[in-house]
Design a protein around this ligand. Structure first.
Ligand code: FES
Length: 394
């Protein structure tokens, strides 16, 4: 029986091969005008998509939620809850890209008038695009956008069914997207969000979050400020507090300010959580690179010469030792593709021809071959000498 089945397979395969050969030989030399598979791929992953602002609303006393719809009127491309969108901003003569976690749910993007939202908090003096969004962006503005970037999403093959999300400040946004998707029944996980804020009026998206609490979505607000009337959890996201809300098998997802990451690494160590159960969202460019392990602090006040080759063109620009190569390029109005700005995605991959750089160890997402052949991710590389680099022509 087995042999018969095997022969059937072989003769069947040869019939298919003949049919394919025949199809190749008789096919037109012209490309198919409508390829249904290509059409589906294009619809779900269209690359850069133009988004128009349709609504802006308060998300806390210092944060705003911006809603976008597609300029071409179509539904949003596919994205997973927890991922981010990269928006291009034209400011003066420069185009600057910034990643923002998507705070709406994927299912909201697939509705009739599918939309996508980001929630952005005003900076504390170190983020002029965040302030630009809060102060200047208005309904009708259009931005090119890359939707659904990053790795910070729930994956049932890898993560435990119960997830404890540890959020700080505006780091709540990827969890808001996940929570809405779970509440809608389109993401199968149990989510407990421990959300740290200083005072209750700092809580971003509070009303929206409280409206989607359910038996699968629990939201626990934790205040570190002195607020006498607060009857919820107080203090920081300590090991003790985390343990109180964890199940036996839990994955831990973390998103918030850089200082919170250092603190939580230590707290999770106390609980003996295996590394495979801990996931950190990338946090953008280092706020103060001089505080990272191995940074040559004797360089910190220096400015180097950065020679930038694009095809036959060569520009020489200044580059501060404490700013990444991406920032030096943007200051000089030289465009380089970026997405995560955290060393993870490789969009800003750049060849170093001459000179040396410091690479932030926590943000070194390069492949081994790239390290061997002198490539760096320019958003996570800081000059430590005069440099010559080669970037792709726009
Ligand atoms: S922008 Fe992602 S690695 Fe630089």
């Amino acid at each position: 029986m087995k042999i018969k089945g095997f022969l059937k397979d072989v003769t069947g395969a040869s019939r298919v091969t003949k049919a394919r050969l025949n199809a190749f030989q008789t096919a037109s030399a012209q490309a198919e005008k409508t390829d249904p598979i290509a059409n589906v791929v294009k619809e779900w992953h269209p690359g850069k998509t133009e988004l128009r602002v349709t609504e802006i609303r308060e998300a806390s006393k210092t944060a705003k939620t911006v809603r976008f719809e597609r300029v071409d009127g179509k539904k949003m491309p596919y994205f997973r809850a927890g991922t981010f969108v990269v928006l291009d901003f034209t400011i003066g003569d420069s185009v600057i890209s910034r990643p923002y976690s998507i705070s709406s749910a994927p299912y909201e993007g697939r509705l009739g008038n599918g939309y996508l939202e980001i929630t952005v908090r005003r900076s504390r003096g170190d983020g002029f695009i965040a302030d630009h969004i809060n102060d200047n962006v208005k309904p009708g503005d259009v931005f090119p956008a890359l939707i659904g970037c990053g790795q910070f999403y729930y994956e049932p093959l890898r993560d435990a069914k119960h997830v404890v999300a540890l959020a700080g400040g505006v780091g709540i946004t990827p969890f808001a997207s996940m929570a809405k998707e779970v509440a809608n029944g389109t993401l199968d996980m149990d989510l407990t969000i421990l959300y740290g804020s200083v005072f209750s009026d700092d809580i971003v998206m509070k009303k929206e979050l409280d409206a989607i609490k359910s038996n699968r979505v629990h939201i626990v607000h934790v205040l570190s400020g002195d607020e006498p009337d607060w009857d919820g959890e107080r203090g920081f996201l300590t090991a003790e507090l985390i343990k109180k809300y964890a199940a036996e098998d839990t994955s831990y997802f973390i998103c918030g300010p850089q200082a919170m990451y250092t603190f939580l690494r230590e707290e999770l160590k106390k609980l003996d959580i295996p590394q495979r159960r801990i996931r950190f969202e990338v946090f953008g460019q280092a706020k103060d690179i001089t505080t990272f392990a191995g940074y040559p602090t004797e360089m910190k006040d220096k400015t180097f010469q950065l020679t930038v080759r694009r095809g036959i063109r060569e520009d020489v620009i200044p580059a501060k030792a404490t700013e990444s190569i991406v920032v030096a390029l943007e200051r000089a109005g030289i465009r380089i593709e970026t997405a995560c700005r955290s060393g993870e995605c490789g969009f800003c991959r750049t060849k170093v021809i001459r000179g040396s750089v410091y690479i932030c160890p926590e943000n070194d997402g390069r492949r081994a071959a790239d390290k061997d052949f002198g490539y760096v991710h320019a958003c996570a590389a800081y000059p430590t000498s005069d440099l010559t680099i080669k970037i792709p022509i726009e």
